[in-house]
Design a protein around this ligand. Structure first.
Ligand code: NAD
Length: 503
């Protein structure tokens, strides 16, 4: 029953050392234990076995992190650091991430279960690239000048301008599916804007956030600028959201927790940005180039074991090509090599946790019970790890939970449509609006569909393509705000208007 386990004897020395002792938290530039003296286990998703233990922070630890972050915000070393200094430190952090790329990819794969090929080829380079991109903004944040009219003061002249100032202490709360990338999506724009940060990774995957903490210190960021605390979301995450000393919450996670955060954050009028769940539609028109479409659909749903907020989990195929495409997708799904993340041949790893495995399995059982046709997969693999096989359902409809709800696993729900109007109606029939994709070779059809789809991203002839320059975020219940691109910097700054009467 252990054939699908990672071989931990092959770990790099740096990672063996990293997991060989309980990890501490980073508060005010020092590595500290939880004030409650509690720890919790981090597990290897390929075996379910304990890898290491991390601190279970208490509410008092949140207070300590807030004090440290506030002190750094108002202190000379960071509060008065020139933009070029913030840029230099971020570039240094990017260099360190790049220097340790292989070790960090290995740690990410070990912690989350994702294939090492994906951690090495996607998560780490995208993170390095993003930190470099955001570093450049530190020196390019600027206000504007205005020629104002002030109709009730006709005899006075004014000089008016805006300044962009850091929003303050940021509480960054991130999920477990892309732990490294989600951490830098928050850290880099916040630091470029001059904020200080308290980063709380998900309990299932705290390791790369703690490793980033080490690199932040090595890069030379002043103490307290970045703090990393680990613990239960319902306890310390909640304490961060209600804390009067935190000015902004940057959250990525489920829509249900995002809604709770938005409600609670209002009490202290926090700035809040939310990157939430999705149920992204994939539309394949009958003129699509199927050779390019098949890998796009397969990666769109099965990459990272379907644990991607923008996973293309609802597939709509135009009737004329339905049978041909379904046969090819079935073959492609069956050929996916499922295995432990650290095996270089693995294409799909285990789910992150036993809880996530149970949740996905329950959706698969619901799909069968609701009358969908199970074409491929549907089972747990015989292993102690948290595996679910790549699964495709045909003959689905919008009354089924597997079509309506975010599964966050390797489960594709397929149905066919007759014309473009029906495709748009089906694609938009969801409370979510994070992403979507269209496969077609006809530019006129693509241009008709693109504006009609209510989603923050429309990919054309591809899916899950990310770039530091491209804003990413949701319509509808998929969130508020855009990460990446210039828009992300705006999430971490306040605009101050200055109006000066001149003689
Ligand atoms: P989750 O909402 O359960 O947890 C996310 C984070 O919030 C974790 O750090 C958790 O500890 C913390 N948390 C939990 N309860 C909290 C509370 N009451 N107050 C404050 N913090 C709390 O989500 P998850 O299961 O870790 O991640 C999966 C979800 O994240 C999916 O819905 C997925 O779509 C979404 N996601 C969205 C994006 C995006 O960019 N839109 C990216 C990745 C993941």
């Amino acid at each position: 029953m252990t054939a699908l386990c990672n071989d931990l004897t092959t770990l790099s020395r740096i990672n063996s050392d990293f997991i060989s002792r309980d990890r501490q938290m980073l508060i005010g530039g020092a590595w500290v234990d939880s004030s409650a003296g509690a720890t919790f286990a981090v597990r290897d998703p390929s075996s379910g076995k304990e890898l290491t233990r991390v601190q279970k922070a208490s509410v008092q630890d949140v207070d300590a992190a807030v004090v440290a972050a506030r002190k750094a915000l108002e202190g000379k070393a960071w509060g008065e650091a020139r933009p070029a200094e913030r840029e230099r430190l971020l570039l240094r952090l990017a260099d360190l991430l790049e220097k340790h790329a292989d070790d960090i990819a290995e740690l990410e794969s070990l912690d989350n279960g994702k294939p090492i090929s994906q951690a090495t080829g996607l998560d780490v380079p995208l993170s390095v690239n993003f930190v470099r991109y955001m570093a450049g903004f530190a020196t390019k944040i600027h206000g504007r000048t205005f020629d104002v009219s002030v109709p009730y003061a006709p005899d006075t002249r004014f000089f008016a301008y805006t300044r962009r100032e850091p929003v303050g202490v940021v509480g960054a709360i991130i999920p477990w599916n892309m732990p490294l990338l989600m951490a830098v999506w928050k850290l880099a724009p916040a630091l470029a804007a001059g904020c200080t940060v308290i980063l709380k990774p998900a309990s299932d995957t705290p390791l790369t956030a703690l490793r980033i903490g080490e690199l932040v210190l090595e890069a030379g960021f002043p103490e307290g600028v970045v703090n990393v605390i680990t613990g239960a979301g319902g306890e310390i995450g909640d304490a961060m959201v209600s804390h009067p000393g935190i000015d902004k919450i940057a959250f990525t996670g489920s829509t249900s927790v995002g809604k709770a955060i938005a409600r609670s954050g209002v009490d202290t009028m926090k700035r809040i940005s939310l990157e939430l769940g999705g149920k992204s539609p994939v539309i394949v028109l009958d003129d699509a180039d199927l050779a390019a479409t098949i890998p796009g659909i397969i990666l769109g749903i099965f990459a990272n074991c379907g644990q991607v907020c923008s996973a293309g989990s609802r597939l709509y195929i135009q009737r004329g090509i339905y049978d041909r495409l379904m046969a090819a997708l079935g073959d492609a799904a069956k050929s996916i090599k499922v295995g432990p993340g650290l095996d270089p041949a693995t294409q799909m790893g285990p789910m992150v946790s036993a809880g996530q495995q149970r949740s996905v399995q329950a959706y698969i059982e619901a799909g069968v019970a609701e009358g969908a046709e199970l074409v491929v997969g549907g089972g747990q693999l015989a292993s102690e790890g948290f595996y679910v096989s790549p699964t495709i359902f045909a003959n689905t409809d919008h009354s089924m939970s597997i079509v309506r709800e975010e599964i966050f696993g390797p489960v594709l729900a397929v149905q066919c449509f007759d014309d473009e109007a029906e495709a748009v109606k089906l694609a938009n029939d969801t409370p979510y609006g994070l992403a979507s994709s269209i496969y077609s070779t006809n530019v006129n059809r693509i241009q008709r569909l693109t504006p009609a789809i209510k989603a923050g991203t429309v990919w054309v002839n591809c899916h899950n393509i990310f770039d530091a320059a491209l804003p990413f975020g949701g319509y509808k219940e998929s969130g508020i705000g855009r990460e990446m691109g210039e828009e992300a910097v705006g999430l971490y700054s306040e605009i101050k208007s200055v109006c000066m009467a001149v003689g």
